[in-house]
Ligand binder design. Structure first.
Ligand SMILES: *[C@@H]1O[C@H](CO)[C@@H](O)[C@H](O)[C@H]1NC(C)=O
Ligand SMILES: *[C@@H]1O[C@H](CO)[C@@H](O)[C@H](O)[C@H]1NC(C)=O
Ligand SMILES: *[C@@H]1O[C@H](CO)[C@@H](O)[C@H](O)[C@H]1NC(C)=O
Ligand SMILES: *[C@@H]1O[C@H](CO)[C@@H](O)[C@H](O)[C@H]1NC(C)=O
Ligand SMILES: *[C@@H]1O[C@H](CO)[C@@H](O)[C@H](O)[C@H]1NC(C)=O
Length: 368
């Protein structure tokens, strides 16, 4: 009986000792685990801070060897990101002071007079006199000043948008800008469009018979619902008749879908603004123009599909455009230089650059 009791006590002691040991082991392993986690996190934060500093002073004039920085850009875009409202305000005020998109982004009845002589953007020696008929077809005033544009999405045509699943995120913006009548797609690029650019060369190449047979053009633009169509009618002299033709054809058929012209004065001021800040190219791309305009008009600017390189962040090959095989004019634009400037603006918190597939987890929060 006494022996039985002793055995029982012994077993109880063993159980107690073993459970204690297990508890202590669990405590220690979990503790070193969490301290290791904390250490990784600190190292991660330091790495992110270093990358942010490096990219915020990057020199856009230096030609960028994208292969050598792909890993860094990828790491940087995985860092926690918050826009900097001070930086956003500074850029907005600078752009208002320089270029004033609200007053002069597009030609309106308010900022243009009948019989006014318009100078071309790229040559003040060439001029165009606005006649009464054309004047009557201009919008009354700047159309977007009444709305509060909290979140704007500027959607470039980069091949990285393929399979990106960014459509829903893009469509949730208050204002969506697209380029060159690019295709829309609910899954990758979204459907919502408020403003879409047309290149006069597109009209010339794809809609030769616009006046006699407007249907193909009307069908193409009606995909964008009531979005405004914007054309650089006064960039070069050859642009004007094509642009005026598009306006005259479309206005009676789709009055809810305005055709508007960039003011050449606005474009010239914006060009001078960026060239004074180190961008060297013949003419700013329409993407860079629109991002600048959005930085003035919108609280938060989200930039998608701007990636002018042949392989993506995982170093897989990507097409230049998501919808065709065209490449930009090598003489006109220096897309990689513009990209470096966008990367800089992102690292300063002035805008949010999206270069990876979208998912609900990685959705960045805006400052309200
Ligand atoms: C935000 O930008 C301002 C102006 O450049 C800068 O002084 C400030 O340190 C930035 N804030 C953060 C949190 O980085
Ligand atoms: C911009 O233009 C609008 C309309 O002409 C004008 O009311 C406003 O004062 C201008 N803003 C600046 C900063 O010049
Ligand atoms: C658009 O959608 C189709 C099918 O829904 C898909 O195959 C295609 O890759 C999508 N993306 C783009 C950018 O066109
Ligand atoms: C997109 O996904 C499809 C099917 O999953 C695949 O065949 C295609 O190669 C992908 N394209 C890109 C550019 O990743
Ligand atoms: C587009 O404009 C038409 C005519 O003004 C209007 O009936 C329609 O509701 C508008 N559509 C959208 C999506 O705003």
């Amino acid at each position: 009986m006494a022996l039985e009791f002793l055995r029982w006590i012994f077993r109880l002691l063993m159980v107690l000792i073993i459970s204690q040991t297990v508890c202590v082991m669990i405590y220690y392993t979990s503790n070193t685990h969490s301290s290791r986690n904390a250490m990784t996190e600190t190292l991660q934060q330091l790495h992110c801070a270093k990358l942010r500093r490096e990219f915020s002073v990057i020199n856009p004039a230096k030609s960028l060897d994208i292969k050598s920085v792909t890993q860094k850009i990828s790491d940087f875009l995985n860092c926690p990101y918050k826009p900097n409202t001070t930086e956003q305000d500074i850029n907005r005020i600078k752009l208002q002071f320089c270029c004033n998109a609200t007053g002069s982004f597009i030609l309106t009845k308010r900022n243009t007079a009948v019989s006014q002589t318009i100078e071309y953007e790229t040559s003040s020696a060439s001029t165009y006199k606005i006649n009464a008929e054309l004047h009557s077809m201009l919008p009354e005033d700047f159309p977007w000043s009444g709305r509060r544009l909290r979140r704007c999405a500027v959607v470039g045509s980069g091949g990285i948008l393929k399979n990106s699943s960014c459509g829903r995120e893009i469509d949730s913006a208050d204002f969506v800008i697209r380029f060159n009548l690019a295709h829309v797609n609910d899954s990758d690029v979204g459907l919502k469009t408020d403003l879409v650019t047309i290149n006069p060369t597109q009209i010339k190449k794809e809609y030769k018979d616009l006046v006699k047979n407007p249907d193909p053009f009307v069908e193409r633009v009606s995909v964008y619902g009531n979005a405004s169509l914007i054309i650089p009618a006064f960039a070069y002299t050859f642009c004007t008749s094509l642009s005026v033709k598009a306006l005259k054809v479309l206005q009676p058929i789709r009055p809810q879908q305005p055709v508007v012209f960039y003011s050449p004065y606005y474009l010239r001021k914006l060009d001078r603004f960026w060239k004074g800040r180190g961008i060297r190219e013949v003419r700013l791309s329409s993407g860079f123009i629109m991002i600048s305009t959005a930085m003035e008009l919108c609280e938060n600017v989200h930039v998608y599909g701007f990636w002018p390189f042949d392989s993506d962040l995982q170093e897989r090959p990507v097409p230049y455009h998501y919808y065709d095989l065209n490449r930009p004019h090598p003489y006109m634009h220096k897309m990689p230089e513009e990209f470096v400037r966008l990367l800089q603006l992102h690292s300063q918190g002035a805008l949010t650059l999206h270069l990876q597939p979208c998912s609900s987890q990685t959705r960045t929060q805006d400052c309200v």
